[in-house]
Design a protein around this ligand. Structure first.
Ligand code: FPP
Length: 232
């Protein structure tokens, strides 16, 4: 295919979309579609580390996702429980620091505690910072940051840098490249402040079918654009 991965972006964000359509296409349950999506996330995380990409941020559960059926939400949380353990092993093996962005305090105690424990256990690693957006919405994040500023009561005015440090993403470099799978051409409230200058890459490929080759294609496309426009 002549992939040309001479350089890589430092910070990549991905909207993992299309598990449901993958399930339909393959005549399996939505639960199994999400499971295939979780398996693929492990593959792409490993490839991210191999490529020396420093930041990977993924949209796993949005504030909007609570509107899905109770059955689907329960299935998703069963998978999160299972895969957070698997990600823990992968993170330790690969020296990856795992972080959560979003309002995770709203989760059930067991999931919330697994998230905090995973962050604690992996915070010493710095090969790659893997951030999982969980109960995340960009507007919600901005409003929570503003409320924090009001509560502190110390500022009469604020600049962009100081505001960025109040966001959940304070430790994450703004994405250089944002990928959305599955054909939708929108951000759906993901990293709306942070993606002001981000290169966007949309593909029709469904998330569970987004292979390492597809990942390379996205990076190759990003590289061509940064060469053409000389970056920002
Ligand atoms: C969107 O597909 C995907 C989700 C709502 C869940 C994505 C989460 C994962 C793949 C796993 C994350 C796992 C961990 C442990 C962080 P969709 O159901 O909207 O697909 P559709 O648009 O085709 O119906």
């Amino acid at each position: 295919m002549g992939l040309n991965i001479d350089t890589v972006p430092e910070s990549v964000a991905i909207i993992l979309d299309g598990n449901g359509r993958y399930a339909k296409k393959n005549n399996i349950t939505r639960y199994m579609g999400h499971k295939a999506g979780c398996d693929n996330l492990e593959t792409i995380l490993e490839e991210t580390v191999r490529l020396n990409i420093k930041y990977l941020t993924v949209y796993a559960f949005s504030t909007e996702n609570w509107k899905r059926s109770e059955e689907e939400i329960n299935g998703l949380f069963k998978l999160f429980d299972l895969y957070l353990n698997r990600i823990r092993k992968k993170a330790i093996e690969n020296e990856v620091s795992v972080k959560f962005i979003g309002d995770i305090e709203k989760f059930k105690k067991n999931i919330y505690e697994s998230c905090i424990q995973l962050e604690e256990e992996t915070k010493k690693f710095d090969k790659c910072i893997f951030s999982i957006a969980f109960n995340y919405g960009g507007r919600d994040e901005i409003v929570r940051a503003i409320n924090r500023i009001i509560k502190d009561g110390n500022s009469t005015s604020i600049d962009e840098n100081t505001f960025s440090k109040m966001l959940d993403t304070k430790d994450i470099k703004d994405p250089d490249l944002l990928i959305r799978t599955s054909g939708e051409l929108r951000l759906s409230n993901f990293l709306i402040w942070q993606s002001a200058y981000t290169e966007l890459y949309f593909t029709d490929v469904l998330w569970p079918e987004f292979t390492i080759d597809e990942y390379h294609k996205a990076i190759d496309d990003y590289n061509k654009r940064s060469r053409r426009f000389g970056g920002r």
